[in-house]
Design a protein around this ligand. Structure first.
Ligand code: ADP
Length: 706
């Protein structure tokens, strides 16, 4: 095992990987034909969106290039919209409306080819659920959808005439032609997740009475005509793939038997099937958050594709376990291991497997931060701070330059995700002495309690991976059981001091109208608790009836509620928001967990603001500002995580003492600066370590925009 910072990620060829890999894993590195093309191995980076627009093509390019460099045999772009009227405005992506677009995205294919991978591009049209705001034409619906079903869409479509169908098919064919001209090897028709061809297939959308509606043969007509025409146009030298949702498990798609029948009808026109799951309104089936689905859970549906085709099949399943990947390929369940999330978390997964460097893999935790972050703010990953920053900040996931000040001893105070990330990256940047001091017996910070919530164990991988790195980086010394105060820091001998003391749950709730403490809502009392007190410190939860008061609206309160339910408490989850845990909708777990909480006898109480806590219950203000009292034996406060920045601010206020003790620089990172998502805490630690020798590391260097 080479030391992590001596891990040479220089150029490679796929032949070299095949020569290197242990025989046992050789089936994962066996080439396979996809129509007229040959993929060098079975690692397939499937299409997924990063939220990058046509003005940010370098971000898209460098992100995909890095996956090819990491050894993926096929690397796809994100969605490429084929026509203005098919665009879903909620997320930016590629466009291939004309030849100029094709020229603009051609360098992405070139970059993927640099490393011997095939380049795939997913052509997409959202049909009747498009939201072409700037185009200002009603979207093209398969049939009239001016019904209550439009609840699921943001725009109301117009019924397509036969002329519209012909015109849209022309646009698909033109887009396919342009994709080939741009150098793409595998050209997709997106027929999943309510994309246009699926809208023709799904009775939910398709209520036509002409030759495009009614029996399956008619509903499949649009897809079949499209594939015939695309095949005639580019099929001689370009592989044609269909991303196909095999099992809708709800509205907006096909149930599995009709899906398999469709595959049989279209199979002669297709070179590869990329199998997705789920239709409208149940994207968790496709995104399989780790809280709800084991790794590989999608196989229960995707493996059935083989009943309908002999063509290669790729499917995703949050695969990170190499033995499961191997079984999946050797059993013939799938021909390619598809990945979005595992390759976002670790673009070098295939090369690490080839090298037998399994410990080095940054395993996806299935938080699904990536899937929603690009819609909300900036694409990111809970495990991999470099995801999305490959071009913008020039961060390579495995390569680190030696820092100009690497000879300075570093003290990191706090071993949560941010502190661990920072310490390990500093070591990889050549720092000889990186001491990480942690108050508790174990590192992990807030992951120590969070990963103990029912089903959230995979999130602990964030810590396990960094502990593994720290063990293998001789420069990193971890000192547990040591709580440092300002004097302790001054005495320690660090020249660079980084405070990563995190943000424990606030022990006092605050009235949102006055910003003053809520009477009685104080976790120094026996019947008022914080999650850390309950889960880590063993503070007894008195009585049976417990309220969880949640102002964060993410997964944490759902998990804490279930933790208490599992221990026999009757729990009511109370929130000031009208929609309980609305931020957890984004992670794909909210509906399921809310259902589980109700099924276990719990209660969800939205739109209540905490006003007072007494020994026998809590008083809330409802939407009319009337008081509602809920009787309970205990209340768990999940109002906010409060940055523990006292140590940092104390040190900051004593520049002379710091100078006397040889401290040249003082920084704060992660939740100590401000409470944030896990991905942002990791990013914060990583960012400081990457920029530790910049003119002012406390402020991020400007990042490239495009
Ligand atoms: P982040 O997400 O920013 O990494 P966490 O809250 O997860 O923050 O972790 C902060 C860590 O810092 C915790 O493990 C906590 O025990 C530790 N810590 C807090 N104060 C001190 C201190 N004074 N000395 C050493 N460790 C500390």
């Amino acid at each position: 095992m080479t030391e992590p910072h001596r891990w040479n990620m220089g150029p490679f060829t796929h032949d070299e990987l095949r020569a290197q890999v242990e025989d046992r894993y050789a089936p994962l590195f066996t080439p396979l034909r996809i129509g007229p093309k040959t993929a060098p191995n079975r690692f397939y980076s499937v299409p997924y969106a990063g939220g990058w627009s046509m003005h940010e093509l370098n971000l898209e390019l460098e992100h995909r290039r890095t996956r090819a460099e990491g050894g993926w045999g096929v690397v796809c772009t994100g969605e490429a919209m084929i026509a203005r009227e098919g665009v879903a405005d909620m997320i930016d992506g590629l466009e291939i409306f004309d030849d100029a677009d094709a020229r603009a995205i051609a360098p992405i294919a070139d970059a993927i080819h640099e490393f011997g991978a095939l380049a795939g591009i997913e052509l997409v049209h959202y049909g009747g659920i498009a939201s072409p705001r700037t185009w200002r034409m009603p979207p093209l619906a398969v049939s009239q959808m001016q019904s209550d079903a439009m609840f699921f869409s943001t725009a109301v479509g117009q019924t397509m005439t036969r002329g519209d169908i012909r015109r849209v098919q022309d646009e698909w064919v033109a887009a396919a032609r342009r994709a080939r001209a741009a150098g793409y090897d595998v050209v997709y028709v997106h027929c999943a997740h309510s994309g246009q061809p699926m809208q023709f297939l799904a009775p939910y959308y398709n209520q036509r009475t002409d030759e495009y509606g009614g029996p399956l043969e008619n509903r499949a007509r649009f897809l079949l005509e499209l594939l015939e025409r695309i095949r005639a146009e580019i099929g001689d030298d370009t592989a044609i793939a269909v991303r196909f949702a095999i099992e809708a498990l709800g509205p907006g798609g096909l149930e599995i038997e009709e899906a398999l029948a469709t595959m049989r009808m279209a199979d002669h026109l297709v070179d590869l099937w990329d199998i997705a799951i789920g239709g409208l309104a149940n994207s968790d089936r496709d995104l399989t958050p780790s809280r709800l689905y084991e790794e590989g859970a999608s196989l229960q549906w995707s493996r059935r594709a083989k009943e309908a085709t002999d063509k290669p099949v790729v499917g995703s399943g949050r695969f990170t376990d190499v033995d499961l990947m191997l079984r999946t390929i050797t059993s013939g369940d799938l021909d390619f291991i598809g990945a979005a999330r595992p390759g976002i978390a670790d673009p070098f997964l295939p090369r690490k497997i080839a090298a037998g460097e399994f410990g080095r893999v940054r395993e996806c935790i299935g938080s699904n931060h990536c899937a929603y972050s690009e819609v909300q703010y900036t694409f990111g990953c809970s495990q991999n701070a470099t995801a999305g920053e490959e071009y913008r900040r020039g961060w390579h996931p495995e390569q680190f330059t030696r820092a100009a000040n690497a000879d300075r001893p570093v003290l990191v105070v706090g071993g949560g995700p941010a502190g661990l990330e920072c310490a390990t990256v500093l070591a990889r940047r050549g720092f000889e002495q990186v001491h990480l001091v942690e108050a508790e017996r174990q590192v992990g910070g807030h992951m120590r309690w969070f990963a103990k919530l029912p089903g959230f164990n995979p999130w602990g991988r964030v810590i396990e991976h960094r502990e593994w790195l720290a063990e293998h980086l001789r420069e990193v010394q971890i000192a547990p059981n040591t709580r440092l105060d300002a004097e302790g820091v001054l005495d320690y001998g660090g020249a660079i001091v980084i405070v990563a003391t995190g943000a424990p749950w606030a022990t006092v709730a605050t009235d949102p109208f006055t910003n003053t403490p809520v009477p009685g809502a104080d976790a120094s009392l026996d019947h008022v608790l914080t999650p850390e007190q309950v889960i880590l410190q063993g503070k007894p939860v008195p009585g049976r009836r417990v309220l969880v008061y949640d102002c964060q609206a993410d997964q944490m309160a759902l998990g804490t509620t279930q933790y208490l339910q599992e221990r026999g408490h009757e729990v009511e989850l109370v929130s000031p928001f009208a929609d309980i845990a609305n931020r957890a909708h984004q992670d794909g777990v909210s509906f399921a967990l809310r259902g589980e909480i109700l099924a276990a006898g719990g209660r969800l109480r939205p739109s209540l603001i905490l006003a007072a806590v007494s020994g026998s219950g809590a008083v809330f203000l409802d939407e009319t500002f009337s008081e509602t009292e809920i009787a309970c034996d205990a209340i768990v406060l999940m109002t906010r995580r409060a940055s523990d920045d006292a140590l940092y601010l104390e040190l900051d206020a004593m520049p002379e003492r710091r100078a006397q003790e040889g401290i040249q620089a003082l920084y704060r990172i992660g939740d100590c600066a401000a409470p944030q998502d896990l991905a942002e805490a990791i990013f914060s630690g990583h960012r400081l370590a990457r920029e530790i020798d910049s003119p002012d590391p406390s402020v991020a260097l400007p990042a490239l925009r495009a």
